[in-house]
Ligand binder design. Structure first.
Ligand code: AMP
Ligand code: GLY
Length: 426
C-alpha cells in the first residue's frame, strides 16, 4: 500500500508514527511534512491545500489511501477531489466538513436538532450586531467569525467598547477575510473544557480517550491564545456519567443530524465541550484530529490506526473493536519559539535529538522543524511536542518535563504548568 498523509505539524507526525506500526504500508508519504516527519515518511513539497498538485502526485505515485489531516484542505474539498480519481480517503467530504467550516451552519444544526450549545444569534451586518450587543448588555459576550480563521476567530469581549471593536474588525475591516462575512454572537458559558475526538463512519461513532488542551501562551492560562501549548489525556472532568450524557445528547444526535441534512460525516468529529452547571454543551465542532490533542490520544491507542481509517472509509466501523490503554496517562508539552504566537525567529539549532529526530526521553513529535546541514532547526511557532506516558498523571507530567531539560533550543518557550489544572481537578 502507498499512503499519503496531508499536513505539516505535530498532529501529522503523530498520525505517521502510529501508521508506521502497520507493516502492510510499503510507502508512507507526507505533503508537505517537516524536518522531523522526513525521517519517518517521504516528504513531498506540495502545499496541503494545493488540490491540483495533490491529485497529480497521487496519480503519478499510485497512492492507494490518503489521510487529510488539517481543516483547510478538508473544507476546500480535498477528499472529494482525491476520491474522484480513485484514492480512498480518511476525512470528511466538503459538504460534511462544513461542520467546522461554518459556525453559522453548526450553530443552526445544533438548534434544529436540540443539541446542547450556547444560545446565539447570527448577524450579516455590523450595525445590527452592535445594536443587539447594546440591547443585551450582558458581558462577557462571545463573538465568532463564521469561517476558518486559523483558530483566532473567537473573541470574548468584556465590555461594550471591546465588543464593538471586535465586530467592526471582523465585519468591516475583514481581519479574517471572507470568514467574517457573517458572525455568531453567543452566550458566555463557564465550566471546564474537554476535547473529545471521535471516529465516525456516519453509522457508528466511537469516542477516543478524552483530552484537555492548554490554549493560552503563558502559565496560569494567561497571555494570548495559541494553537495549543500542551495536552493531557484522559481529562478528569470527563467522567463516565458525563461521557454517557455526551453520547446520548451530543455525539449520536450530531452524527444523525448530519445524515438527515444529507451530509454524512466520515472521519474525525472533534467535540469541543464545556461541562457547564447545566450539563455538557458544545463550544465548537472540528472536522479533524486536534493539535496537540492527537499527540496524547494516539499514543494511548492500542488498535491499529490504519485498520480504523479503512473501516471509517468503508463504513464498517461497527465491525472493529477500538481499544485504548486503561489506567495510563499521557502528557504532551509543546516547546515553542520565543515570541510565539506573535513574531519569532526561525533556524535555531535544536539540541538533544538523535539523527532521526528522536530521543529516549520522550516521544518527540515535530511540529515546526527543518532538517538542514545535518541538524534539526526551528522552523515554526510550535516547534516540538514531547509526549510521555505514565501510570499516574503526575508520573507522565514529570517524565515529559524531564525531557525538556535535554531537548531544547535558544529562546525556547514552554508552559511549566501543563497538567496542573487536571491534577487540581481531582
Ligand atoms: P475556538 O477557537 O472555537 O476553539 O474557541 C476558543 C476558546 O474560546 C474556547 O476554547 C473557549 O475557551 C472559548 N469559548 C468559545 N465559545 C465560548 C462560549 N460560548 N463561552 C465561553 N467560552 C467560549
Ligand atoms: N487543539 C485545538 C484544535 O486543534 O483546534
Amino acid at each position: 500500500m502507498n499512503i499519503l498523509v496531508i499536513g505539516a505539524g505535530g498532529r501529522e507526525h503523530a498520525i505517521i508514527k502510529k501508521l508506521k506500526e502497520n507493516k502492510s504500508i510499503e510507502n508512507l508519504y507526507c505533503a508537505p511534512g517537516n524536518g522531523g516527519i522526513s525521517k519517518d515518511a517521504t516528504c513531498v513539497n506540495i502545499g496541503a491545500c494545493d488540490i491540483e498538485k495533490m491529485v497529480d502526485f497521487c496519480k503519478n505515485n499510485k497512492i492507494d489511501f490518503a489521510v487529510v489531516a488539517p481543516d483547510d484542505p478538508l473544507v476546500a474539498g480535498m477528499v472529494d477531489a482525491l476520491e474522484d480519481i480513485g484514492v480512498q480517503c480518511f476525512g470528511p467530504n466538503k459538504n460534511a466538513a462544513i461542520l467546522e467550516g461554518s459556525k453559522v451552519f453548526s450553530k443552526d444544526l445544533m438548534k434544529k436538532y436540540n443539541i446542547p450549545t450556547a444560545k446565539y444569534e447570527v448577524f450579516y451586518n455590523a450595525e445590527e450586531a452592535i445594536k443587539y450587543i447594546e440591547k443585551e448588555n450582558t458581558y462577557p459576550t462571545v463573538i465568532k467569525a463564521d469561517g476558518l480563521a486559523l483558530g483566532k476567530g473567537v473573541i470574548i469581549a468584556e465590555n461594550f467598547e471591546d465588543a464593538k471593536e471586535a465586530v467592526n474588525s471582523i465585519m468591516n475591516d475583514k481581519m479574517f477575510g471572507e470568514s467574517g462575512n457573517q458572525i455568531v454572537i453567543e452566550e458566555f458559558l463557564t465550566g471546564p473544557e474537554v476535547s473529545v475526538l471521535s471516529f465516525c463512519d456516519s453509522h457508528t461513532i466511537v469516542p477516543m480517550v478524552s483530552a484537555m488542551d492548554h490554549k493560552r501562551a503563558l502559565d496560569g492560562d494567561k497571555g494570548l491564545n495559541t494553537g495549543g501549548m500542551g495536552t493531557v489525556a484522559p481529562n478528569p472532568h470527563y467522567t463516565e456519567a458525563v461521557a454517557k450524557e455526551c453520547m446520548e445528547k451530543i455525539f449520536i444526535p450530531t452524527m444523525e443530524a448530519m445524515n438527515k441534512e444529507g451530509r454524512p460525516f466520515k472521519g474525525v468529529i472533534f467535540f469541543g465541550l464545556m461541562i457547564t452547571p447545566n450539563g455538557p454543551k458544545v463550544i465548537e465542532y472540528n472536522c479533524r484530529f486536534g493539535d496537540p490533542e492527537t499527540q496524547v490520544v494516539l499514543p494511548l491507542l492500542k488498535t491499529d490506526l490504519f485498520e480504523i481509517f479503512k473501516a471509517v472509509r468503508n463504513e464498517n466501523l461497527k465491525d472493529i473493536d477500538i481499544e485504548f490503554e486503561k489506567d495510563e496517562y499521557a502528557v504532551c508539552v509543546v516547546e515553542a519559539s520565543g515570541g510565539y504566537p506573535s513574531s519569532y525567529p526561525k533556524g535555531i539549532a535544536i539540541e538533544g535529538l538523535d539523527e532521526n529526530g528522536n530521543s529516549e526521553k520522550a516521544i518527540v513529535y515535530h511540529a515546526g522543524t527543518i532538517f538542514e546541514d545535518g541538524t534539526f532547526k526551528t522552523n515554526g511557532g510550535r516547534v516540538l511536542g514531547l509526549t510521555q506516558k505514565g501510570k499516574t498523571l503526575q508520573e507522565a507530567i514529570d517524565k515529559a518535563y524531564n525531557a525538556t531539560t535535554s531537548i531544547k533550543f535558544e529562546n525556547m518557550h514552554y508552559r511549566k504548568d501543563i497538567g496542573q489544572r487536571a491534577l487540581n481537578a481531582k
